[in-house]
Design a protein around this ligand. Sequence first.
Ligand code: NAP
Length: 251
Amino acid sequence: MPRLEGRIALVTGAGSGIGRAIAVLFAAEGAHVYVTDVDGAAAEAAAGEIVRAGSSAQAVTADVSRGQDVTAMFRVVDAAHGRLDVLVNNAGLNVRGDFRHLSDADWVKIREVNLDGVVRVARDGFALLKASGRGSLINIASIMGHRGLRQLTAYSATKGAVLALTRGLAVEYAPFDIRVNALAPGFVETALTQRALKNPGIQKALLDSTPLRRFGSPEEIAKAALFFASDDASYVTGAELAVDGGMSAGL
Ligand code: NAP
């Protein structure tokens, strides 16, 4: 039996990369998936792919850094279903650069999506998750929430905050039967990492510190998200799962 049969799921930033892979897998496992993204055409394309495969999905254009977009996004779900079983806070971006040269504008840009957006979605999605009676909120953090790497300091700061937020929310939302967990991917080949991972020097350094000696795929992250979303994780909340080829276990 499909593991998410009859569930209603929403994934932010699902127009590409990890979010798209999560949406595709959740739909294949029986969920009706709201595929949301700031890029409406990308959301439509991903939802179309899911529907053509015989599963159920709907695209919604929403920028998580805009309060009115998030309100409207949840209103669509509320009107159709009155509940949300699985909510994935996936939308994220990075602005690479030496921290000493970080502009206020770049800091605001990264924080508004990676942290403020996650906070807003987790807060405004509460009522619909509560109505589920078995809600699952999944935050896509990063191994960088624990580690430092040149030119990724601002990104790391937002992801570390997402991990702290996950633990607090797990405690606050538990009385409402909402589980809250985080995934901490290592380096996964997507548009976000494309440029860095194609740089021979960076590629070698990262692979040398990854025991499995390869980068991850979006589908491998999606499988871990499916665990948190499903009843297989019914007693799991406040957890962080590293999906990083062993990177965080090494030196
Ligand atoms: P991606 O391919 O760039 O996908 C991110 C998606 O989020 C894109 O479709 C992007 O749209 C969308 N997005 C950006 N800003 C948004 C906003 N304000 N509101 C709604 N959607 C927005 O990157 P990814 O690698 O799959 O990243 C997904 C998540 O995984 C992020 O939170 C990232 O930090 C995390 N992560 C990734 C890795 C990795 O190695 N790839 C590792 C650890 C954690 P546009 O394309 O139009 O900008």
